[in-house]
Design a protein around this ligand. Structure first.
Ligand SMILES: [Zn+2]
Ligand SMILES: [Zn+2]
Length: 156
């Protein structure tokens, strides 16, 4: 019983897909028009050997492998490129310039309210020590302390 309903359903879907698949629509467009999943269209198109329009392929700008149309690089090259792109910052304490990777930078900024950077924990520690007590509750320092909570010793 259930089986025959499923079978007739999928047959009507197949007919619908076959109707749209006249070579002028892509699989995605057929899926939208027939209100079925793309994967289903792909299977039916394969089994029934229906003509579909294909999007011109897109290739990774770095290594040339075929990629999804929404991407610029393949996943692997994108990761490499993120690693390669460095961000230069200057340390708030020693004023030394230092670089971190873009992905690290994004990670640091994710829950940061204040854009102040230190080249090391030591510099951060001295900065806190130096300015401790000078400013009140709402200072950027308070926010920083919250950010680094537990990581540095409280100044005496
Ligand atoms: Zn690539
Ligand atoms: Zn420093």
């Amino acid at each position: 019983m259930t089986k025959s309903i499923n079978a007739s359903l999928s047959t009507s879907n197949k007919k619908k897909i076959a109707k749209y698949a006249d070579g002028t629509l892509t699989q995605a467009e057929i899926a939208r028009a027939a209100n079925v999943s793309r994967e289903y269209v792909r299977q039916v198109v394969n089994v029934m050997r229906l003509p579909v329009k294909t999007n011109p392929a897109k290739y990774c700008s770095d290594c040339g492998t075929e990629i999804e149309r929404s991407r610029v690089r393949c996943k692997k090259c994108q990761l490499l490129s993120n690693e390669r792109s460095k961000v230069t910052l200057s340390c708030q304490q020693c004023k030394k310039k230092f670089t971190i990777t873009k992905s690290e930078y994004d990670g640091r900024n994710r829950d940061r309210k204040l854009k102040v950077y230190f080249c090391s924990q030591q510099c951060f520690g001295s900065y806190i020590g130096k300015t401790h007590g000078k400013s009140a509750l709402t200072s950027p320092l308070t926010i920083l302390k919250r950010t680094f909570k537990g990581k540095i010793n409280k100044a005496p």
